[in-house]
Ligand binder design. Sequence first.
Ligand code: ADP
Ligand code: MG
Ligand code: ZN
Length: 611
Amino acid sequence: MTRTAWIRLGLFLVAIAVTSALWSRALKGQSDTRDVSYSELMAAVDDGSVVEMLVESERLIGSLKKRTPDEREQKLVASRLPGVDDRELLERLAKGGVKVAGRMEQSSIWPAVLSSIFPLVMLVFLFRAMSGMGGLGGLGGRGAKPMSFGKSQAKIFDRSAENGTTFADVAGVDESKNELIEVVNYLKDPEKYKAVGARVPKGVLLVGPPGTGKTLLARAVAGESGVPFFSMSGSEFVEMFVGVGASRVRDLFTQAKERAPCIVFIDELDAVGKTRAGGGVFAANEEREQTLNQLLVEMDGFDASVGIVIMAATNRPEVLDKALLRAGRFDRQVLVDRPDVRGREAILAVHAKRITMKDVDLKVLAQRTPGMVGADLANVVNEAALACARRDGKTVEQRDFEEAIDRLQLGLRKDGRVMKESERRRVAWHESGHALVALSVKHADPVHRVTIIPRSIGALGATLQLPTEDRYLMTEEELKDALVVLLGGRTAEELVFDSVSTGAQNDLERASELARQMVCRFGMSALGAQTFGRPGGSQYLGGAVSFEERNFSEATAQAIDEQVHLLLDEAHQRARAVLAEKRAVLDVIANALLEKETLDRDVLEALARGA
Ligand code: ADP
Ligand code: MG
Ligand code: ZN
């Protein structure tokens, strides 16, 4: 629900509380009232416990004497006896020492009036609130008429107007694009396909990690084929009132059928399409289930010749209900994966068109951003432009991009942080240690840049290595060299300062984790080609492994620990050997770092060669 809808609901509840409180007060007054028989009331009068009597034409209301001053007022109410006339009554009251008051009847009308009007007021209120919510989910509650909730306003799903997206706006996912070209061709000329009796997939499901461009691709398909684009997000279907989601689905398809050929796009399908697990106690589950069922009904309700292509996107295909994936529904699935290095370059190029830049090497930037998806890269370009503006530059340059990537990968630079000179020296030698080892061992990734500018996320410096291409597998030699590089920083500290610092904590964690994986996952130790432990949790699409199941004995655990230790020890010895041998170069690099704070690859390599 949108925020406005929540506020509305809040106001609504407050209104109910206030009205019902007022109502019960109007009915009851502030005192405890008890209905009694005439004779009970008269008995109270006779023994003097009644102080005052209100005489109405139908009732007698006697107020009881308070026993303590702050006791609540107690009242006894009795109907008048037809046979007893006023004089007789008044005499009896006078004898009991009761103060007498009379009242005409009007006041007792109020409860009756209130109780007949109140439900009406409530009903009107309820309808307004509900219709308001119904309208809000779609397009910011535009002109919601009472009673129209669930029935969406015309055009609410039609997002074609805001769509000028083409395939040229989507880069780096060529395989996914190729799969979708057929859909575009079909939508452009459905008759051609009908003529040969070809059946085009009714539903196309785009699957991939967040930010890879699934939504963008769907828009591009619509933009390319020039057909109306009806889109809705799964979370918009799941509303508060049961039945609204289902009726939205119905409306969506009704509108789509009127405008065929067209595309119906359901973003975040997992919000509605989750497996219909049993035990759904909550209304939200019930609601989602109804919505999902309606979606299935609609998908089956027309045949491919109508010319509607249903597209949907999700980054959690594993939770989808199997019924959605059956033939005749989302029977074609298109993987939109993380881009490789060439893909990243292409994506950067697409977004770089929007800014003015000079002498920027997108290839290097693509190499520096492994693992980043389209949305991240769009962000890099924007951050670079911001960095340029911050330094009052006219055109965006390579250094702005470097700054932007550092910022996203390492966190904000902390210019304000003052480091003691002794700390700076330690960091300089630590980073030089990493860099020099990386330059010296055979299989390490080349060093791109070394910096001792502190960043906000814990790091006091960084050695950035540049994988020359995306890695799909790494050899044992490469992993062992990576261990040596990781330990290079700490080893340099040992050599130069004869002590170590806390600055190497992250290096140690990564090295230990890597060594353990080499033993347990990759079979790269004396324990041989075997894995130990079974990772649990979801591994789909690179999901995090959340726990490990232990499936080996205590003795094996000990052997694993030993092997991990051996690997780390060997790496440490190697790092020490390299740095001890090249101690002079190490000092040159560290001093240069202290002076310049950042050293780029070419400078570094020149220094290492002793130039
Ligand atoms: P998803 O739907 O897969 O989570 P989006 O399509 O919403 O990702 O992508 C968000 C933004 O990231 C897009 O609007 C676009 O600016 C950028 N983007 C993502 N992928 C790409 C791509 N392959 N090419 C160009 N830009 C992309
Ligand atoms: Mg999306
Ligand atoms: Zn380090």
